[in-house]
Design a protein around this ligand. Structure first.
Ligand code: ADP
Ligand code: MG
Length: 611
């Protein structure tokens, strides 16, 4: 047999690379605008027609390119931004992979006009599907204009994969917003279908956010600012009352580069804990600045995901500074400033990777403890004692140690006065669709319905996962769920366990699964698409401590996603059954993520209030 291995022609290699870098028109917008930023532009104009399918043009007044560079910039791995491998560790520019222009030119018709400030004549280069069409001198302003026409003309699969015009427009808008927020000192204009949609003058961050997202933001932004040896944090969080149902306006920038990080978002969400309902998300615009050698932006072709050293430390710093800002601006009533201001507890040593905390990151501190209930509650010695017992106790989130769990459990039982178990045949009451009140011998027991239900489901799911005896219910009408690529990877990882829970999923055509059966506990809990996405999302954001315990991780994700929420009315029978199930649990007093689920107001404490 003869040799069979061939090198791919560049045009094919570029098309393959384009699949990674340019997924949709918005990706081209992002790459072109980033190049304009890297070129030191002070004004950037974006012109889009038909959601980018017919035209994307970016015009800048940056440094421009020489005649040679104008031709070279379309070669793969052509970049002016790194010369040595070591440069990779001190990246300050947005681009550096030298892939974007080669990729775009492989799948569209690209017309480049560019001129440096020194030269009097510019250069025009036209390339179509990687084929060089022409190069000519031309009259043009200093700077660069790149026009992209007929995107995906030679990759029908990509083109057909595009979503509706409105969705693609939204993606473009999102990229525009991300970049415009990252550089308030640069002016931008954005034309869509020949109409000027945005004209943003050079300004400051606050004005830029307001100009892009609406005047209402003027009153909603709370400044955040913190500086440590390692990191500087600046920006704004949006007041808790404007939290959203979706993770919409969450903007993180590292060294002015927009990044997505579920882990860091989680740290801000932790700072907002108990200030907003559990299924809502805070909005924020946070700029982190740190030594580029501490981060690796090279991990992802579209460069929106980064890896950095000292991840836990950064997590803690963000959480603390956001909390502190909320406190400083009187958003939270009773913050312990001293404690919040000291970073001494953070497990960090410059020369060592931090050791994962055994119990939890911040074991004995909860500035909001008792805030959901009457303030006097926390004052009761007895209840305080056992709250303390559990405040630092293990949670699945941090990878729990079952021996410790049992000890705590026993202690808790001892601490409870005899008769403190609610009698579910007695009258129960629901308060504000959130708490269940039950008379017990020593006073009133208050149960947080959501946390209690999470506990019940968590232990049930965990037991199922361990025994591998799924309790499954066939669906009358199988449902199809559609998942994004990165979710598919996680789903495959979770698959054996999802099956142990009672899910039956069958892979169908690309990116979709058909669900034919679900766990019995799941019947009528909303759309399966939402549940599956939510479980994957929960699974993804869990702290690294839980990594090696995927059963707990999944049980927790499922419990959090499917438990009844605050605001859900319960009838007498449901409350009774909830209480019975709760006290059949191993650790009834805590939600699986470690939050207090049960509180007792003692009769003695009530008596004091009648003095
Ligand atoms: P990268 O940005 O990763 O270097 P690109 O393919 O996006 O790769 O761009 C290749 C090169 O073309 C850049 O390194 C830069 O030298 C040049 N270039 C691209 N766009 C512009 C622009 N708007 N102004 C000046 N030079 C540009
Ligand atoms: Mg680039």
């Amino acid at each position: 047999m003869g040799d069979v291995i061939k090198l791919l022609p560049d045009s094919v290699a570029n098309q393959i690379a384009a699949g990674e870098v340019i997924q949709r028109p918005a990706s081209a917008v992002k790459e072109l605008m980033e190049n304009a930023l890297d070129a030191g532009a002070s004004h950037i104009k974006l012109i889009v027609k038909d959601a980018g399918k017919t035209l994307i043009q970016v015009v800048d007044d940056g440094v421009g390119m020489t005649q040679t560079d104008a031709r070279l910039c379309f070669e793969r791995h052509a970049t002016s931004k790194i010369g040595f491998a070591s440069d990779l560790f001190s990246i300050q520019t947005m681009g550096f992979r030298g892939e974007a222009l080669a990729s775009i030119a492989a799948i569209a018709r690209v017309e480049l006009k560019t001129k440096t400030h020194e030269e009097s004549l510019g250069t025009e280069v036209i390339i179509e599907g990687s084929d060089f069409v022409s190069q000519n001198p031309c009259q043009c302003h200093a700077g660069t204009s790149i026009t992209v026409k007929n995107l995906f003309f030679n990759t029908p699969a990509r083109r057909n994969f595009l979503k509706s015009e409105q969705i693609e427009k939204n993606h473009i808008f999102n990229e525009f917003v991300r970049l415009a927020i990252s550089r308030p000192e640069i002016s931008f204009s954005f034309y869509q279908n020949n109409q000027l949609s945005y004209k943003l003058d050079a300004s400051n961050l606050k004005q830029r956010i307001v100009a892009l997202l609406g005047h209402a933001f003027q009153q909603r932004l709370v400044p955040v600012s913190e500086q440590t040896d390692i990191i500087r944090i600046d920006g704004f969080v949006v007041k808790p009352e404007f939290a959203k149902k979706k993770r919409g306006d969450q903007y993180f920038y590292i060294n002015k580069r927009y990044i997505r990080s579920a882990y860091l978002s989680h740290s801000v969400e932790q700072a907002f804990l108990e200030l907003i309902p559990e299924d809502m998300y805070p909005s924020f615009f946070l700029f982190l600045e740190m030594d580029p050698s501490q981060i690796d932006v090279n991990v992802h072709p579209t460069k929106t995901e980064v890896k950095f050293q000292d991840e836990r430390y950064i997590y803690q710093i963000i959480k603390s500074s956001v909390k502190r800002s909320l406190g400083k601006f009187n958003i939270t009533p009773a913050l312990d400033f001293e404690r919040e201001m000291s970073f001494e507890d953070i497990p960090f040593d410059k020369h060592k990777l931090p050791v994962p905390p055994k119990i939890s990151i911040d074991p004995d501190y909860n500035p909001f403890s008792g805030s959901g209930v009457a303030p006097t509650l926390a004052g009761r010695a007895n209840s305080k004692e056992w709250e303390k017992l559990f405040a630092g106790s293990d949670s699945a989130l941090h990878g729990s140690d079952s021996q410790q769990e049992t000890v705590l459990h026993e202690k808790n039982r001892e601490n409870l006065l005899p008769g403190d178990m609610p009698d579910s045949s007695k009258r129960l009451m629901q308060l504000q669709h959130r708490f269940i009140l039950a008379p017990v011998k020593s006073g009133i027991m208050v149960i947080d319905q959501q946390r209690a239900h999470e506990r019940i489901l968590y232990e049930r799911f965990l037991a199922m996962l361990m025994q591998k005896k799924p309790a499954s219910q066939q669906l009358l009408f199988p449902e199809t769920v559609i998942l994004m690529d990165q979710d598919l990877v996680l789903l495959r990882e979770m698959m054996p366990q999802l099956e142990a829970l009672g899910f039956v999923l069958e892979p169908a055509k690309k990116g979709t699964y058909i669900i034919t059966a679900v766990p019995v506990d799941l019947i009528e809990k909303g759309s399966l698409q939402e549940i599956v996405e939510g479980v994957i999302e929960q699974y993804r954001i869990q702290l690294p401590g839980a990594e090696n315990d995927s059963q707990k991780k999944l049980a927790l994700a499922m419990a959090k996603k499917t438990a009844i929420r605050h605001g859900h009315p319960l009838d007498m029978a449901e409350m009774a059954s909830m209480i019975e199930s709760l006290f059949a649990c191993q650790l009834p007093y805590q939600s699986p993520s470690g939050k207090t689920a049960v509180v007792i107001i003692g009769a003695d404490e009530l008596a004091l209030r009648f003095k």
